[in-house]
Design a protein around this ligand. Structure first.
Ligand code: BGC
Length: 437
């Protein structure tokens, strides 16, 4: 058990960047030209994988496209100094080769309002979604299609670069293909690295802000700790989803099981900082085809009243993982949990920030932290998991900051916290038992 009330007082460096993160499709609403929107209209998508799975299309999401002025004011009122957001390619280029001026003007207005509030913005150029036309041409699955992405970047980046403080070319580029083997997966991973590198070099010619791609840093862990098969598969999963990328970006060598290695000088050194999305550990079960037992999560969704679907909290994973990235500055571009009981989020936040501070003491140059997420948003298949610091009414879209948002605001104001602050924010909140439906 973690004793969160006994956490010693910690402080962060003066220029530490505190903020929150979102993604366009998950909050904007009516992202009708994207492949994700199209997929959500299909009957098999809505049926889901099992009977007890609850699915819904994104619809108006958080209605952020209309309410962005209010949201900028909210971000500022919560004390955030940084904000990670994504731009929807399918809004900028809804039809192949046709740029939508209004969409560009909208994003410029959003970026300018953030800047006017002294909020430093990190922009993600691809966060899981792209135009339907690009998907229909084969998406990133066809290596040659990266020229379309390049053209989008060449159009967009110079137009917004003066308002951007940090860049993520692709969100979680290391997740594509998951921990699987085979030449087709290897080729997809090689392509994603090269798409990232292409974005990196293009952005560098227009901007001095740091460029990276958010890395989904999964902490793989053997389900049966002393089982040699689980352990070997854990090392394997880590290699293909984590180390493959670190090694390639450091050396230019693309080394993947089952295919001949390649050397690509464009990939070598193609990042200024590590951008890390960290949630929890994943248990590796060598006896499951998919390795990772998370597929049971939807059952749990029904069974656990908290609707907490990440299996557990594992803040130590943040320390162990970040120590592998001590060669460059690090930004935590996502970290958070989904739960209905906001006490849990406060504890999660406190423990992960402590782990982060510990990693910094061990020599990792962490420069900023973006909590996932600002709002309860569309979680790719439904609105059930709630990751937000701020609740969003599904009918009226009214925003209500949760107690965790107030705790986080105080952490930012103090540039640190102690167990006593956690206690002060938890005291008086309803207990887990009282919170159950
Ligand atoms: C993604 C987010 C998602 C979050 C929680 C991350 O992997 O970047 O889009 O909402 O996880 O599942």
């Amino acid at each position: 058990m973690y004793d969160v009330f006994s956490l010693p007082a910690i402080r962060f460096p003066d220029d530490f960047l505190w903020g929150s993160a979102t993604a366009g499709h998950q909050i904007e609403g009516d992202n009708i030209h994207s492949q994700a929107w199209h997929r959500e209209q299909q009957p098999d998508f809505l049926r889901g994988d099992s009977e007890d799975e609850v699915r819904a299309p994104s619809g108006r999401a958080c209605d952020h496209s209309r309410r962005y002025r209010e949201d900028v004011a909210l971000i500022a009122a919560l004390g955030h100094r940084g904000y990670r957001m994504s731009i929807e390619w399918s809004r900028i280029e809804p039809r192949q080769g046709q740029w939508d001026d209004e969409a560009l003007a909208h994003y410029l207005d959003l970026l300018e309002r953030l800047a006017a509030n002294d909020i430093r913005v990190f922009v993600t150029l691809h966060h899981f979604t792209h135009p339907l036309w690009f998907e229909q041409l084969g998406g990133f699955g066809k290596a040659d299609n990266r020229r379309f992405f390049e053209r989008y970047l060449a159009y967009l980046v110079p137009r917004i670069s003066s308002l951007v403080s940090g860049w993520n070319v692709i969100n979680e580029f290391n997740q594509w293909g998951g921990p699987m083997a085979g030449p087709a997966i290897a080729s997809l991973k090689f392509t994603m690295l090269r798409v990232h590198a292409l974005g990196y070099h293009l952005i560098k010619s227009h901007s001095t802000a740091p460029v990276s791609s958010a890395h989904a840093f999964v902490h793989w862990f053997p389900r049966r700790f002393h089982d040699c098969l689980d352990r070997r598969m854990t090392a394997y999963a880590d290699f293909v989803t984590n180390e493959f990328f670190f090694h390639a970006l450091r050396t230019g060598e693309l080394v993947y099981p089952g295919v001949d290695a390649e050397y690509d000088p464009e990939v070598k050194g193609a990042l200024d900082c590590w951008a890390v999305n960290y949630y929890t550990r994943h248990m590796v079960d060598a006896r499951l085809a998919g390795l990772d037992g998370r597929r049971f999560r939807h059952k749990e969704l029904r069974m656990i009243p908290m609707r907490f679907y990440l299996e557990e909290m594992y803040p130590e994973g943040l320390i162990a993982n970040l120590e592998r990235l001590a060669d460059r500055p690090v930004y935590i571009t996502e970290n958070g949990c989904c739960c209905d009981d906001d006490r849990f989020r406060i504890v999660y936040l406190a423990l992960h920030l402590s782990a982060l501070r510990e990693a910094m003491e061990r020599g990792v140059d962490v420069r900023g932290y973006f909590h996932w997420s600002l709002l309860d948003n569309y979680e790719w298949t439904s609105f059930v998991p709630r990751f937000g610091l701020v609740a969003v009414d599904p009918q009226t879209f009214e925003r209500t900051p949760k107690p965790s948002a107030l705790f986080y605001r105080e952490v930012i104001r103090e540039n640190g916290f102690s167990g006593a602050l956690v206690r002060r924010h938890l005291d008086g909140l309803p207990s887990l038992a009282e919170n159950r439906p």
